[in-house]
Design a protein around this ligand. Structure first.
Ligand SMILES: Cc1cc2nc3c(=O)[nH]c(=O)nc-3n(C[C@H](O)[C@H](O)[C@H](O)COP(=O)(O)O)c2cc1C
Length: 352
């Protein structure tokens, strides 16, 4: 049975207009990425994982992750941590900032996170994982979702035991990336586990891992019974992959479209993170956008060496002069809506 990717679904009372979810990715999921994802068909977008300890301590950079623009909603803000009380407090801040969902990270395999008992470590500490979900669900009125991997060790099926318990504790939706933490991003996501999880719980399940095309998205939705698919790496510097998945429109973007999207991304990100941090942050995106055989490799090498964003903009407009008009149209459409007000001045959040 073919699932209509453009049909709505709900996480409790939050309506999600399409079956395509943009993955949370640390170092990638800035506001410009999320907004772009919404424009190209994602029905739900997620912030990268935010440290609950950072929020608790009022860390400026961490608070910056709570800047939400109305045109990216519905939006999930993801938090990580291992202390139920601190996580509950962080969740309240996330709700106050205007997020539609609070997502909890039980999947991060990175040592810096797992050694604190957070992220994927929770897949082996079910009592604590349930205590965190229960504390967070009691603290906020928006729905709480959880993103997990299959388990810590290769072949682990921990997610199937933990998933139903998290739902009992208050999770309104589960996302499964069925790789082990040990696998990191190697091998393949085993979506037979997603099928099993869907059977076990009565909340929507989002399937994450290796969704790179419409054919793959349709196959995963049909075989697993998941409510939606999540797309991560395939969308890096490539919103056209989202368009292909949602509409089957696999037309390659023109050079002008590629450069215009990259320039819009750069401008918005520099505005969000500030010139200094933004300039470094966007560098990895050059290769992602300009690759796929769109431009010679040397261009990316050249761009990363340029000292200022103004130089980067100029060079990109030199190689695709027609991009200026496309960019103008994009900027006009994206005319920045007012951001949700935060209790501190924007400058205090270290961006913009
Ligand atoms: C660079 C990078 C950063 C990521 N950061 C996060 C994160 O902050 N939170 C999270 O839940 N998953 C994170 N993930 C995992 C993705 O959300 C997703 O589950 C995974 O990449 C598999 O999907 P894909 O095959 O579509 O990329 C990250 C993945 C990548 C590649």
């Amino acid at each position: 049975m073919q699932v209509d990717l453009r049909s709505s679904w709900w996480i409790r009372d939050v309506e999600i207009p399409t079956r395509l979810v943009l993955a949370p990715m640390a170092g990638v999921s800035v506001q410009a990425f999320r907004r772009q994802g919404r424009r190209y068909g994602a029905g739900l977008v997620c912030s990268e994982m935010v440290s609950c300890a950072g929020l608790q301590h009022g860390n400026e950079r961490t608070l910056g992750y709570l800047r939400i623009s109305p045109d990216e909603r519905p939006l999930a803000v993801q938090i990580f941590g291992s202390d139920p009380g601190v996580m509950a407090e962080a969740a309240r801040m996330v709700e106050d900032a205007g997020a539609d969902l609070v997502d909890i990270n039980f999947g991060c395999p990175v040592k810096k996170v797992t050694k604190t008992g957070a992220g994927a470590t929770m897949l082996e500490d079910h009592a604590r994982a349930c205590a965190v979900v229960s504390a967070v669900a009691r603290a906020v009125s928006v729905p709480v979702s959880v993103k997990m991997r299959r388990g810590l060790a290769n072949g682990s099926r921990a997610c199937l035991e933990l998933g139903p318990r998290l739902v009992e504790a208050g999770a309104a939706s589960l996302t499964l990336h069925p790789r082990s933490a040990k696998q990191m991003y190697t091998g393949e996501a085993d979506h037979s586990l997603t099928t099993e999880l869907v059977e076990l719980v009565d909340v929507p399940v989002i399937a994450s891992g290796d969704v790179t095309s419409r054919a793959r998205a349709q196959a995963i939705l049909a075989t697993t019974g998941a409510a939606a698919v999540m797309v991560g790496r395939a969308a890096q510097g490539n919103p056209w992959a989202l368009r292909e998945i949602i509409d089957g429109d696999g037309t390659a973007p023109t050079r002008e479209e590629v450069v215009a999207e990259l320039l819009l991304f750069v401008r918005e990100t520099v505005r969000e993170l500030g010139e200094h941090r933004g300039t470094g942050f966007v560098k990895k995106f050059y290769g992602w956008y300009l690759g796929h055989g769109r431009f010679p490799k040397a261009l990316k090498q050249e761009l990363v060496q340029l000292p200022t964003i103004a130089d980067v903009e100029q060079r990109l407009l030199d190689v695709a002069p027609g991009a200026a008009a496309v960019l103008e149209r994009l900027e006009h459409k994206a005319a920045v809506e007012e951001e949700v007000e935060l209790p501190l001045a924007i400058s205090a959040y270290g961006g913009g």
